[in-house]
Design a protein. Structure first.
Length: 370
């Protein structure tokens, strides 16, 4: 329950689980993407992640139908206050923040949810791209933008990067679809003038199609620009890349709890799967009948054996200012892929259009003049 009308929650102390003090200088150690272990940013001491006998060896799928906490949450409606166990400072966070760094002493805060309605993360994709690598990838990405003004490329200085673990659902499901459609077989022939023509003969068909979908990813937050995030996907969520959740991976980074719940996430996943099935069934029909075209496809799908995982994925987030406008961008913390918004030069676009028109005119002239 909220402590006041502003939805402010109070934790007695920020949970220090996941914090590791450097044995050399006593500073708080952070997760190091380069080594996959812990690193002290003050004295450069490194060490492996501590062993946890209770930690699972792999991330297990959870039964969707057996899940009890299905609802979504809203960003900004509730706040929570924590007291840093290192320096005693009182800090207010959004209720959906699950990990952060104390702005006063740098201690890592891994915070428990305010209620028992939240599903805990089962896995995490650790950062593999460092902040310096993210900055280098951004510079290369911006340099390759053809229509971005040169002045913007030279002056762009991204603000400090924020390393964020963002929430994702992954869903597995068997699908069985019944379909009806028409398929077309093309016949090529020449008319009286010697021109090649195409005639398509159409046939009705129906049948069934089955496919298993593995790790259908759904972004589980409404806080960030989804269009930018989609540009840096995919995140590889197979067992080789997803580690069982451990708070040490969050040390030195920000982490968010999901705001799109398990049920709403499944509705998104279902739409994504049905979109993919449209293409898969069309391909199946073409191959089955050696057809050239498919039209009027209709299908209904039964989903079964649905399982899910709740995982945290790594993203570097930053922005740069050009002529008073802020342009946000993100870097995939797993593979370094960059996506974002950039200034566009109208003059460069116009020149490209004019050059394209000139090229078409030149080709047309050459074809007509031998």
């Amino acid at each position: 329950m909220a402590d006041n009308d502003y939805g402010l929650y109070t934790d007695a102390q920020a949970n220090k689980k996941g914090d590791r003090d450097c044995p050399n200088c006593g500073a708080t150690m952070v997760f190091d993407p380069a080594t996959g272990g812990l690193y002290c940013p003050y004295c450069d001491h490194t060490e492996a992640l501590p062993e946890d006998p209770n930690r699972r060896d792999e991330v297990t799928e959870q039964d969707f139908l057996a899940a009890e906490n299905l609802e979504s949450f809203s960003w900004g409606e509730d706040k929570k206050q924590v007291i840093c166990s290192s320096c005693g400072a009182q800090i207010v966070y959004d209720a959906l923040d699950s990990a952060a760094v104390c702005p006063f002493c740098g201690a890592n805060h891994v915070m428990k949810p305010n209620d028992d309605r939240s599903i805990p993360p089962t896995g995490v994709i650790p950062f593999q791209v460092s902040e310096n690598q993210a900055a280098e990838n951004f510079a290369k990405w911006l340099k390759g933008k053809l229509f971005t003004p040169s002045a913007a490329k030279k002056s762009a200085r991204p603000d400090a990067f924020k390393g964020i673990y963002m929430p994702y659902w992954t869903y597995d499901s068997d699908t069985d679809s019944d379909f009806t459609a028409r398929y077309g077989i093309d016949t090529h022939y020449k008319d009286r003038d010697g021109n090649t023509r195409t005639r398509t003969d159409w046939y009705n068909t129906s049948g069934s199609y089955s496919e298993f979908f593995d790790d259908e990813l759904v972004f589980a937050s409404t806080r960030h620009d989804k269009s930018i995030l989609q540009r840096i996907e995919p995140f590889y969520s197979d067992p080789d890349h997803v580690k069982p959740y451990s708070p040490e991976y969050l040390s030195g980074f920000i982490s968010e709890r999901y705001s799109i719940g398990l049920k709403d996430g499944w509705n998104v996943a279902r739409q994504q799967i049905e979109s993919k099935l449209n293409g898969s069934i069309s391909t199946y029909i073409r191959r089955s009948h050696n057809a050239d075209r498919v039209a009027s496809l209709r299908f209904t799908t039964q989903f079964s054996n649905i399982t899910y995982k709740y995982i945290l994925v790594p993203v570097w987030q930053s922005a740069f200012n050009y002529k008073g406008t802020v342009y946000q961008f993100m870097v995939n913390g797993q593979n370094g892929k960059v996506g974002g918004k950039v200034p566009i030069s109208a003059l460069r676009v116009l020149l490209a259009v004019l050059l394209g028109i000139a090229a078409v005119i030149l080709i047309f002239w050459l074809l007509n003049n031998g």
